[in-house]
Design a binder for this molecule. Structure first.
Ligand code: PLP
Length: 399
């Protein structure tokens, strides 16, 4: 095989772009949605409660509240925790913008925290460094699918009357010391977006053991009304009270039908993700590899949403942007997760954040790349990723 990189005019490893993540819809999913479409319920119907029971079941929690995105889950949970103006919410900067934006939605201020350089997860030390008398909540992010150190975070948070909202949008199906993600914080937010572990189109779920929090989140997702239309119908009344200002964050029955059908495959899909990640680990695990996987979390069961490698600067003759472009030219749809949130123009211009605030995350950002990882990847797809990685490191890595 010619070694010339595709980006330099050589033959690409593959001719169709392999995406970094992708949903998987089968005939049974189509049948489940079709059944919902033919039922009496298009929006709030029996499948909402069914999905909520299923989520409470797999996460081992008392309550689950379905909403129409992971972002809505974060927003509703912070509202339900009674966060508001004057309150500060500690958010690791290595995340999707929604984790921080949710604090702004409730009138609170996100305070960006740095992450551990090996796992890219928030640590107690980093959180404590950002704590002030106004800190009311922390939103640890289970980056890439690994659970944060919730027992230690919980102890720290209780000592300072801080609530924990886990952003587990990457970590459905994960666990820590045998306890499922979803049960490790005061409340946990999941996303059902198509690139995540299971899909409902758009969708999200909050899990919690706190009945007050769950009730407030349910009211919030339905305009702040104290009952929904099914309850009123059951009680034979038209009366409802709007008790606070809420939103329309309801998840339709059709979406719940898809999520329920997908949920039955979760374990198999996580196992498939883990098998692919293990092949990558094996390939890149040798010391001196120019691709360095993230450190594993002790006692953690990984949700394997992302497979992130670092390209240690001293081991490359080119920068991450060149490596990114070289993968794309080979037909491998690598991505970058994430540009630290505090470096986005919105936060820099409005809140005066910028370089230097979170050095570990900023250094990581210059070196990270997400390789394709999704359950439907074939063995050939995996081999293509590794072939492209080898080809690119032979051309660009420092010898
Ligand atoms: C996907 C994601 C969200 C937002 O979820 P949506 O369903 O897209 O609104 C929030 N936080 C993290 C870490 C995510 O990956």
């Amino acid at each position: 095989m010619s070694e010339r990189l595709a980006i330099e005019g050589g033959t690409p490893v593959r001719t169709t772009l392999l995406p970094y993540g992708r949903h998987w819809i089968d005939d049974d999913d189509v049948a489940a949605v079709t059944a919902a479409l033919r039922s009496d319920w298009l929006t709030t119907g029996p499948r909402v409660a069914e999905l909520e029971r299923a989520f409470a079941g797999i996460t081992g929690t008392q309550h689950a509240v379905a909403v129409n995105s992971g972002t809505a889950a974060l927003h509703a949970a912070l509202h339900a925790m009674r966060l508001g103006s004057g309150d500060e919410v500690i958010v690791p900067t290595m995340t999707f913008a929604a984790s921080a934006n949710a604090a702004l939605y409730v009138g609170a201020t996100p305070v960006f925290a740095d992450v551990d350089p090996g796992t890219l997860l928030l640590t107690v030390d980093e959180a404590d460094r950002r704590r002030t008398p106004r800190t009311r909540a922390v939103v640890p992010v289970d980056f890439a699918g690994q659970p944060c150190a919730y027992p230690a975070l919980g102890q720290w948070a209780r000592a300072h009357s801080i609530r924990i909202l886990a952003d587990a949008c990457h970590a459905l199906g994960g666990a820590l010391d045998g306890r499922p993600v979803g049960s490790l914080a005061d409340a946990t937010a999941f996303s059902l977006h198509p690139v995540k572990a299971i899909a409902s189109g758009e969708g999200g779920v909050i899990t919690t053991d706190d009945v007050d929090l769950a009730t407030r989140a349910r009211t919030f997702r339905n305009h702040g009304l104290s009952t929904d239309h099914r309850q009123r119908e059951g009680q034979g009344t038209w009366l409802y009270d709007m008790v606070e200002l809420g939103f329309n964050y309801r998840l339709p029955d059709t979406s719940c039908a898809l999520a329920l059908s997908q949920l039955s495959k979760l374990d198999a899909w996580i196992a498939r993700r883990a098998a692919i990640a293990a092949r990558y680990d094996e390939h890149f695990g040798s010391t001196g590899s120019a691709f360095r996987p993230l450190d594993p979390v002790p006692g953690g069961k990984h949700g394997h949403h992302l497979y992130v490698v670092r390209l240690p600067r001293q081991q490359w003759r080119v920068g991450r942007a060149e490596v990114f472009a070289a993968f794309r030219a080979e037909g491998i749809g690598v991505n970058v997760h994430y540009r630290p949130v505090h470096l986005h123009p919105f936060y820099r211009e409005r809140y005066g954040t910028g370089p230097g605030l979170c050095p570990n995350a900023e250094a990581a950002y210059e070196e990270i790349l997400s390789l394709p990882l999704f359950p439907r990847m074939t063995e050939t797809d995996v081999a293509d990723v590794l072939a492209a990685a080898d080809k690119i490191s032979r051309a660009y890595a420092a010898s």
